[in-house]
Design a protein. Sequence first.
Length: 98
Amino acid sequence: FAMVRGPARFWDTETLWYIMIACVIMHNMIIDNERDEDVDFDYDQGDSEVLRKEDYQRRDKHVLEKFLKIHKEIEDQQAHEQLRDDLVKYLWALHGAR
């Protein structure tokens, strides 16, 4: 995606969305066309374990709380600025003002 990042800055979001969808569709068409086999892929895994509705509907509230705590720490502006400043200070100490 880096090769389109620069020129794409001047395009609107909707146009970029349509371009990306077209790229994904064309990529999938190419992959489908280049397959060695002409047989449809069997997505049913047969002997695999099937999840019951009860298994995936139960939620552990501690898992969600931990996730939200970590997510908040990631988006903490003050922590971000402190880490950035520490990194700049470290890089100046390591490489100096060449």
